[in-house]
Design a protein around this ligand. Structure first.
Ligand SMILES: [Zn+2]
Length: 120
């Protein structure tokens, strides 16, 4: 599991925890979604919204002080996953999870998202 700080480009333990390097926490909605996108897990590839290469490119722009450029479609997918996790059991969540065919993956995705969001 790799998470990159969207403020300074350092590695973090979890997407939404405070960065050890710059002590900043993703607060705004866009910051939270960007942080989720800037996470990568080899064990759970279906949870990755961009490739590891794209994360490294984004990390470079953060280090260089450029604004993070994430495709609108990628942002929307991550946003949908995030809002689905925030409203478990709602029709919206069911709609999202019904797109994933394997039931075990659905459970793992749910657990993973809750884990990321709570920073547990
Ligand atoms: Zn940082």
């Amino acid at each position: 599991m790799i998470s990159v700080c969207i403020f300074c480009g350092s590695n973090k333990s979890k997407a939404l925890v405070e960065c050890e390097e710059c002590s900043r926490i993703p607060n705004s909605h866009a910051d939270v979604i960007h942080s989720i996108i800037m996470s990568y897990s080899e064990e759970e590839p279906y949870l990755n919204f961009v490739s590891i290469d794209e994360i490294e490119v984004l990390r470079e722009s953060i280090i260089n002080g450029s604004p993070i450029k994430i495709e609108h479609a990628t942002f929307s997918v991550a946003e949908e996953a995030y809002s689905a996790a925030g409203t478990q059991g709602s029709p919206q969540a069911l709609k999202y999870f019904s797109k994933i065919s394997h039931p075990v993956m659905v459970v793992m995705l749910l657990v993973f998202i809750v884990f990321v969001l709570l920073g547990a």
